[in-house]
Design a protein around this ligand. Structure first.
Ligand code: SF4
Ligand code: SF4
Length: 445
């Protein structure tokens, strides 16, 4: 069964020789994009929304983040690192910010900039946008939520705000600044330190007819360890770095739950955590949510403080962000510059639903297959045991109709067919081996 399509950029990959086929991942995927076959998990890349839920539960670290190689930064003369405020909240307050900047310079960057510098001007743009657009407006901040809506809630796609998130506005600011200073495209590299894999996919494969000026995305967990080790070892600082740390308290708190919605006029709600998000989007789709102007919806529990590449406990990270914000002013000196630079580039084009092409591109064939899948599902026990390698009985029925699985993959139906003499024990074992891998059966004799 080949389920590794590649229409969209994938931020995760499964290392087959590490995967033990335990099926923990298939149970948590919000789009049922995973299957176990031949004793190994595989991702339906076109259905994956890069939320990282599977990465969190994999007991063997078989799921790998497809970030950029750190050494890519040395392809450029001017190397800017865009750092989210969540990164600073990974460290205890006893670690001086100055030391962190100096180490980033020592590691090879020539300039460092706070990502959320663009938040102050973006908030004004969002308020203007919400005034005129159809309600509720759904924030475009969380890339996993945008993709979830594209895949599972296509009727809500038009509610997604067509304004770029802070990371892209800050990157555009740098691009324009380099252009203004006459620095050629080949000479500067803009890199982003991400707490989340969704943002890797969002930079490499953006929505809304947009091309990101970001040259590479680095894994925050990996980078944190590198910086912390250098700090502990007290590495000597020999290089200088330009520090662009202008940031307001609004910017620091923007990636936390409520950090965006609290600045938007009208009735707003903030929802975080994948399960809450799905429950809420179902209610929204069923028109059970009324009279709301703006929805801040984030896939991770505690928003970016709970990003999967965040090293520290999410509650401590969020608390640290609040503490940092309480010590700085509510605005900063570059707000006007951002307004001048970015007002022309803050908008995205229309965002399209992402078709999962569940059955067939031909609508008549698709409807027929859908009916077949519905009938087939009734034959299965409905307990979603996962022994077939699919996340649910419904998913197995769909796989069978698509020709990607055998009806006998269901352990319950197989037992009945065996009793009736419709398949032999040998055939039944062969099916088990196909799902769970020959190795496992040999090992267990
Ligand atoms: S990243 Fe999310 S959507 Fe993609 S396979 Fe993992 S759990 Fe499923
Ligand atoms: S959680 Fe998924 S990827 Fe990880 S070992 Fe189990 S089956 Fe393999």
């Amino acid at each position: 069964m080949n389920i590794k399509h590649s229409t969209y950029h994938r931020a995760l990959e499964i290392t087959e020789n590490i995967c033990i086929g335990c099926s923990h991942c298939i149970k948590v995927c919000p789009t049922e994009a995973l299957r176990v076959f031949g004793g190994k998990a595989g991702i339906h890349a076109d259905w994956c929304i890069d939320c990282g839920e599977c990465y969190r539960v994999c007991p063997t670290r078989a799921i790998r983040v497809m970030d950029d190689d750190f050494n890519k930064i040395f392809d450029y003369k001017h190397r800017v690192l865009l750092v989210p405020s969540v990164f600073f909240a990974q460290f205890s307050e006893s670690v001086p910010r100055e030391s962190i900047y100096n180490i980033i310079g020592e590691l090879g960057f020539t300039e460092v900039c706070a990502v959320e510098q663009s938040v102050d001007s973006l908030i004004d743009e969002i308020n203007e946008y919400v005034k005129i657009e159809e309600k509720p407006v759904i924030s475009s901040f969380c890339p996993a939520v945008i993709r979830l809506i594209q895949v599972r809630f296509p009727s809500l796609v038009d509610h997604i705000m067509k304004l770029l998130p802070p990371i892209e506005i800050t990157a555009q600011y740098y691009k324009k600044r380099f252009e203004r200073d006459g620095i050629s495209d080949n000479d500067y590299g803009i890199f982003y330190l991400t707490p989340c894999i969704g943002k890797i996919a969002a930079v490499k494969s953006p929505v809304g007819g947009y091309t990101s000026p970001i040259h590479g995305v680095l894994n925050m967990d990996y980078f944190y360890n590198k910086v912390y080790l250098a700090y502990k070892q007290r590495i000597p600082i020999t290089k200088t770095i330009i520090i662009n740390s202008e940031l307001s308290s609004k910017g620091v708190l923007f990636p936390t739950t409520g950090g965006e919605s609290s600045h938007i006029k009208g009735k707003t709600l903030a929802i975080d955590g994948m399960k809450n998000v799905i429950d809420f989007l179902e209610m929204l789709e069923n028109e059970e949510i009324k009279n709301v102007d703006f929805l801040e919806i984030r896939a991770c529990d505690e928003s970016c403080a709970g990003g999967i590449l965040s090293h520290r406990n999410r509650f401590l990270t969020a608390d640290s962000l609040r503490s940092i914000a309480s010590k700085i002013p509510d605005t900063h000196n570059l707000v006007d510059k951002y307004k001048n630079y970015c007002s022309a580039v803050v908008h995205m084009d229309k965002i399209e639903p992402r078709s999962m092409v569940k059955y067939d591109r031909d609508i008549e064939i698709a409807i027929k297959k859908m009916e077949n899948a519905r009938e087939l599902k009734l034959m299965f026990p409905g307990i979603d045991c996962g022994a077939c390698g699919a996340p649910s009985c419904e998913a197995l029925a769909e796989d069978v109709v698509r020709g990607q699985a055998d009806i006998n993959a269901c352990i319950f139906l197989r037992t009945i067919f065996e009793k009736r003499g419709e398949i032999t024990i040998k055939e039944a074992i062969k099916i088990m081996e196909e799902i769970w891998g020959k190795e496992r059966f040999d090992k267990n004799d």
